[in-house]
Design a protein around this ligand. Structure first.
Ligand SMILES: CCCCCCCC/C=C\CCCCCCCC(=O)SCCNC(=O)CCNC(=O)[C@H](O)C(C)(C)COP(=O)(O)OP(=O)(O)OC[C@H]1O[C@@H](n2cnc3c(N)ncnc32)[C@H](O)[C@@H]1OP(=O)(O)O
Length: 134
C-alpha cells in the first residue's frame, strides 16, 4: 500500500486526524524541531505530561527528520530517559537529529526542552530504512 502525505492520518502530524496532535515542524540545519503545549487530556500524573505521549512526540520529530530528507524509515527501537517532569500548560520544544547511519540502520537522538532550556527528556531511537511505499 502506497501512503502519501495527503492521505496520511498520522497521529502525530496529519492536519486531518481529529484526535491527532497536528504537529508542525521546523527544520533548522541538522535539527528537526516542534513545539507543543500539553493540556489536561495529555497528562498522566496530575499537571504532568504523560510519558508515553512524550515518547510519541520524540518518535515523530525523529521520523520527520528522516521524512524531510526523503528517507522512508520505520522505528524499530526507542529508549527514553525521563529526567524532569514536563508540566502541562507550558510550551516546550521537541528536537531530533541524526546520530549515525550504517546501511539501513539509522540512529537518531531526541530531546524535550522546557522553556528555560532544561533538558527534561532524552531519547535514542533506531530506524530501519524501508522502500518508498509501506
Ligand atoms: C516514515 C514513513 C512515512 C511514510 C508515509 C508518509 C506520509 C506521512 C508522513 C509522515 C509520517 C511519519 C510517520 C512517523 C511515525 C513515527 C514512527 C513510527 O511510529 S514507525 C511505526 C512503528 N514501527 C514499526 O511498525 C516497525 C515494525 N518493524 C518492521 O516492520 C520491520 O522490522 C522493518 C520493515 C522495519 C524491517 O524489517 P526487514 O525485514 O525489512 O528488515 P530486517 O532484516 O528485520 O532488518 C534489517 C537490518 O536491520 C537490523 N535491525 C533490525 N532491528 C534492529 C534493531 N532494533 N537494532 C539494530 N539493528 C536492527 C537487522 O539485524 C538487519 O540487519 P542486517 O541487514 O541483517 O545487517
Amino acid at each position: 500500500m502506497s501512503v502519501e502525505l495527503r492521505d496520511s492520518m498520522c497521529f502525530g502530524c496529519s492536519p486531518q486526524n481529529p484526535i491527532g496532535l497536528k504537529l508542525k515542524f521546523i527544520h533548522d540545519g541538522d535539527i528537526c524541531r516542534s513545539y507543543f503545549t500539553g493540556s489536561r487530556e495529555h497528562e498522566g500524573w496530575p499537571g504532568i505530561m504523560h510519558g508515553g505521549l512524550l515518547t510519541t512526540l520524540l518518535d515523530e520529530v525523529m521520523a520527520q527528520w528522516l521524512y524531510e530528507r526523503d528517507i522512508m524509515a520505520m522505528t524499530v527501537e526507542i529508549n527514553v530517559k525521563f529526567s524532569k517532569p514536563v508540566p502541562i500548560g507550558q510550551q516546550f520544544a521537541v528536537e531530533g537529529k541524526q546520530e549515525s547511519k550504517k546501511g539501513r540502520l539509522i540512529v537518531l537522538e531526541g530531546q524535550v526542552l522546557l522553556s528555560d532550556g532544561t533538558v527534561a527528556t532524552k531519547a535514542t531511537a533506531k530506524f530501519i530504512q524501508v522502500k518508498n511505499s509501506i
